[in-house]
Write a protein that binds this ligand. Sequence first.
Ligand code: FES
Length: 202
Amino acid sequence: MSLPFFAQSRLGDAWFSVGLTSSFPNIAESGSVTLHEPQLCGQGASTPGCKVFHVPSTDSTHAHQIEADAVLSQNGTALQDQVLVFQYRGKFHAVDNKRCPHSAFPLAKGIPFDIEDFGVVLSAGLTCPKHGWSFDLFTGQSDRSNYMLRRWEVQLRPVIKPEIPANDDGTNGKTDQDQEVWYDLWGIERCCPHCTHHVHLK
Ligand code: FES
């Protein structure tokens, strides 16, 4: 009897640091800003509104950030094993950049927005600009059919390393509010191929 799911063999830590909270712009505009657009971050610099990481599925020790230009020029299999991390209205999200669940499109070009009902904000979503499908960032649920966006758990942890990266002007890049952003490499939520129910592979 075949099992519907299996965990891949893997190397490396389960959690991966993607930088300080102050290195991520806090996108606050609903429905009008694409994730990769440069914005002011907490370190006072203009930087893309998201970071994209290539995380090999079998060995997280080779995880690394992908430069913004490369992110936007890649497509197809080049987007394999990519995780998109960003901050929207003070919440951090880690989702699959490899492809929009509809028809393969890098979601670094997506547009975050508030999910509202009669003016009450219920959740946050991400719209794929290719065909306009959107996905709830907290549940992964698409607004069409049963397609689900893959997501990873994110944690903010106190900065404990003494060697904080310095700013260009030589001052310390850390602020009092700074925390490190980590996401769970192996706490991957996958869609069950039978019923599209999410399963946790821990
Ligand atoms: S590829 Fe994203 S909505 Fe079609």
